[in-house]
Write a protein that binds this ligand. Structure first.
Ligand code: XMP
Length: 528
């Protein structure tokens, strides 16, 4: 990260399943950490001025033909280095040790026995549980190294050369199943590297505000607000940095949930006093989607139109030089920063996606581009955004339009919005009750995402003495950690009964409620 004066740990990523997790764990200990590609040269790395290095794990075998290598020069920079798993093995091989292919792999929990003294393992028990995931093992440590721990199947489970501050473990300290993983990381960061835990929300805000002011100077900035977490946090942060120079454009496509457009106005216009242009594009979007039933068509029309509306408004404002965006760190990592040799090249391709109309260009400000999602939320709270905005559930950009199966009309939107409001009210309350019982926000049975879906059918019912022919509502409620996989929530029958009862009695045009009991995979969380 540019112009950072505080401690910074670079994580060299060898394709680890847990690469992001390492950076997260370090940041949890209030030390700034960033992921860099494993093939970075020692001189490039030196320019980033890290305080310490961590070499991640990775799926390859160190002697394989295409196995990722590391520039041996990184061990000559005089920096403390800690390697995990593949990082442990590559350190051994690069510095003159050897790795051998074991007959038997070691996967899952293992009992670790400490040998001798080690600053890395200090204040952890002589025997402890660690998390292993390897087949190859270090068979000879490099000259000057000593073995500081072993397991039954792994003779070199930890090694070090304390004099050069080089440490490595075959196990994964970043994984929660390693009982003393946090302590081991603390030992490295604070005991060995002597870093300050100074990466706190207050220091982050001060530092970001200074960076934004330096970049933007006295120029005007425009920002597209969507009602989502990322753009909201950018708005609050930019406002803190440049005040009245910021104008927010809220493109209301009409597919947000009940109360959301009002919340955007209330927070940004009334509470923060940010000049806010609320573009009522609801009719325009309805015309655009008239008769469109294909989910991908809906998505692409909605996405393309956003930029059209946004730039029409942007061009009405005078003297705007910058455009702020809520790009976050996973967007950058996942768009291939690692493969293309770092941040700069990725940002370029990602920026090229913005369809600037002919003759229009803004320089970009992306103050969240090195934050993980939960850090963005924390930042939002620290900047004074309301919890219901900051802890908003994942919500697709095309909004309710992809929760209406078939074509989208104003009438269907009204039905879905009202049914969805009941679902959210009831399941917010259910999650709150679980929180009171367990003390955990994300307890085992908390619902992670929940909403209503409106299918494109009608069914027969009876209300009073009248036959009805009306719409069903599908209830979708899932437990998940990251949306990659999900399971349907085992909601208590009385909660289901209450939701169904309220929807059919409170939402005109609905006579039936069904519950989607499919996990992901094979289904997806959304219906379109
Ligand atoms: P699926 O339906 O693929 O969704 O299981 C996984 C997660 O992503 C959210 N989602 C979206 N988020 N734009 C977004 O910002 C979209 O177009 C979009 N589609 C799905 C979905 O709500 C779930 O949390």
């Amino acid at each position: 990260m540019e112009s950072v004066t505080q401690s910074f740990v670079a994580v060299l990523d060898f394709g680890a399943q847990y690469g992001q997790l390492i950076a997260r764990r370090v940041r949890d200990l209030h030390v700034y950490s960033e992921i860099v590609p494993c093939d970075i040269s020692a001189s490039e790395l030196a320019k980033m001025a890290p305080s310490a290095l961590i070499l991640s794990g990775g799926p390859a075998s160190v002697y394989a033909k295409d196995a990722p290598r590391v520039d041996p020069g990184i061990f000559e920079l005089g920096l403390p280095v800690l390697g995990f798993c593949y990082g442990h093995q590559i350190m051994a091989v690069t510095l003159g040790g050897a790795v051998s292919h074991a007959d038997k792999g070691e996967y899952g929990p293992a009992s670790l026995e400490r040998l001798g003294t080690s600053e890395l393992l200090v204040s952890t028990p002589g025997e402890q549980t660690v998390w292993m995931s390897h087949r190859d093992s270090v068979s000879h440590v490099p000259e000057g190294f000593s073995v500081t721990a072993r397991t039954e199947t792994c003779q070199v489970a930890a090694m070090e050369c304390a004099e050069r501050r080089l440490y490595a473990t075959q196990f994964h300290p970043e994984v929660r199943h390693t009982a003393y993983g946090r302590r081991i990381l603390e030992n490295f960061l604070f005991g060995i590297c002597r870093l300050e835990p100074s990466w706190t929300m207050d220091s982050i805000i001060d530092q970001k505000v200074a960076q934004i002011r330096e970049q933007v100077g006295g120029d005007r900035v425009i920002l597209g607000l969507s009602g989502g977490v990322d753009s909201s946090v950018v708005a609050a942060l930019m406002h803190r940095a440049v005040g009245e120079q910021l104008t927010c454009v809220f493109v209301n496509h009409g597919f947000l949930r009940k109360g959301e457009p009002e919340l955007v106005e209330e927070v940004f216009r009334d509470q923060f006093n940010i000049p806010l242009v609320h573009v009522h594009a609801e009719e325009r979007y309805l015309r655009l989607l008239a008769g469109v039933t294909d989910p991908e068509q809906k998505r692409s029309r909605i996405g393309t139109e956003f930029w059209k509306v946004f730039f029409e408004e942007a061009q009405r404002l005078d003297g705007v030089r910058f455009m702020a965006q809520g790009t976050i760190y996973p967007d950058i990592i996942e768009s291939g920063a690692r493969k293309t040799g770092g941040k700069a090249s990725t940002i370029k391709s990602h920026h090229n996606l913005i369809p600037f109309p002919k003759g229009v260009h803004f320089d970009l400000v992306e103050p969240l581009d090195h934050f993980f999602k939960d850090e963005v939320r924390e930042l939002g709270l620290a900047l004074g955004l309301p919890p219901k905005m900051v802890f908003r559930q994942p919500f697709p950009g095309p909004g309710l339009a992809i929760r209406i199966i078939g074509d989208v009309t104003a009438e269907k939107l009204e039905v879905l919005r009202n049914a969805d409001a009941v679902v959210r009210e009831e399941l917010d309350a259910y999650n709150e009750r679980l929180y009171e019982q367990t003390g955990e926000r994300n307890s085992e049975h908390s619902c992670w995402q929940y909403f209503a879906v409106l299918p494109d059918i009608k069914s027969v019912g009876v209300m009073g003495d009248e036959r009805t022919y009306a719409r069903p509502i599908i209830l979708r409620a899932v437990e998940s950690a990251d949306a990659m996989t999900a399971d349907w929530a085992r909601l208590p029958y009385d909660v289901l009964a209450r939701i169904s009862g309220r929807i059919v009695s409170e939402v005109a045009g609905v006579n039936r409620v069904v519950y989607d009991i499919t996990p992901k995979p094979p289904a997806t969380i959304e219906w379109e």
